[in-house]
Structures are given as structure tokens and as C-alpha cells.
Design a binder for this molecule. Structure first.
Ligand SMILES: [Zn+2]
Length: 192
């Protein structure tokens, strides 16, 4: 019965919509304002700026898969977490100086002089190179309340940030970042 009522009201709605369409299409005065429904100044909507002037990069999953290694794709695009003390972390430990950029879009993320050894098995930094280059989002997955860190340009997942752990760093923050989400840029090439 309910279904029938819904069906008849849908039919009635469809009929009235059709009547309205016919009315509009037969009436040039009503049709005129509909001729150009989108103002031209709204066309830049696909390049979304965040809090800074960083232009957001948007790609399909297929495009990211072509650009990234499977490991980087899993971390950046599927919010993956590499296992602690993994091969990328061991390689990270050997690096010194320079800066660390996003493995997805090469945006500067962290300076080497803000890294510290948290003994967690993941790269740790006490502040981003520039605040506007990372975005932080509340993450309640896995039954925990954490703050996720993402790249501000490609929205790639980088890791999480924790506070008040007592590492004695200037900010008492620990940006716990997947080594596989970072590209090292030696000092000499930093300003390129
Ligand atoms: Zn990025």
C-alpha cells in the first residue's frame, strides 16, 4: 500500500515536472535566465586551494599507480603504514643533511635538522619545514584517536603527529612519518 502511494506520488511528481518543463520550454521569458546557468568565474573550482597558496594536485588512482612505487602508493594513497624498522627506515637512518620531500609530489615537508631519534622505527621530526605544507586531520581508525598528517599539495597520507611524549624537543611534537612517503633532497639540490 505504502509502495503504491509512493509510486503514485512519484508519478504525480514526474507528471508535474514534465508539465513544468514543457511550460518553461514553451515560455521564452522563463527560459532566458537558464541559458547561461554557470557564471564564468566558477571555472577554477577544480584547482582547490587550501589554507595557503599551495595548489592542490588531484590525480586518479590509476595515475598515481603509474607514478609511484607500490610501497609509496600504499602509504600515500591507501593510508598504509610501513612496518617499523623496515628497509626504507634503515635507508633513512643513513641519510644526513638536506631535506625531506613528499614522495608523491616533491613538496618540501621536513628539514633534516628537525629530525630526532624516537626509537620508534619510523622517521621522527619535531616540526614541518613549513606549517602550510602539511595538513592535519583527526583520525579515529583502529579504535584510537590520532592526528593524521597529510601532504598539503597531493593530499597523500604521510603518518601521524603525537604530542606531549617528553622527547625534549623544542615543540614536544613527534611527526611520525613513513619513510616510504619521503624523498631525500641533499642540501646542494634543495633550492633547485
Ligand atoms: Zn605530496
Amino acid at each position: 500500500m505504502l509502495l503504491k502511494t509512493n509510486a503514485s506520488s512519484t508519478l504525480a511528481l514526474a507528471a508535474s515536472s514534465l508539465a513544468l518543463c514543457l511550460l518553461i520550454s514553451c515560455n521564452p521569458k522563463v527560459q532566458a535566465p537558464k541559458a547561461n546557468p554557470k557564471p564564468s568565474n566558477k571555472q577554477s573550482i577544480s584547482t582547490k586551494a587550501n589554507t595557503s597558496n599551495i595548489e592542490v594536485i588531484m590525480k586518479t588512482n590509476e595515475e598515481w599507480k603509474e607514478l609511484l612505487s607500490p610501497k609509496a602508493y600504499h602509504i600515500l594513497r591507501e593510508h598504509g603504514t610501513e612496518r617499523p624498522f623496515g628497509s626504507d627506515y634503515k635507508a633513512f637512518k643513513e641519510l644526513s643533511g638536506g631535506s625531506f620531500h613528499c614522495a608523491g609530489c616533491n613538496l618540501l615537508l621536513f628539514d633534516a635538522n628537525t629530525r630526532f631519534d624516537s626509537r620508534s622505527g619510523w622517521p621522527s621530526f619535531w616540526q614541518p619545514a613549513q606549517d602550510e605544507n602539511v595538513i592535519t586531520i583527526e583520525d579515529t581508525t583502529l579504535g584510537m584517536k590520532r592526528v593524521e598528517v597529510r601532504c598539503a599539495r597531493c593530499d597523500g597520507h604521510l603518518g601521524h603527529v603525537f604530542e606531549g611524549e617528553g622527547f625534549g624537543t623544542p615543540t614536544d611534537l613527534r611527526y611520525c612519518i613513513n619513510a616510504g612517503a619521503l624523498e631525500h633532497v641533499p642540501q646542494a639540490k634543495q633550492n633547485k
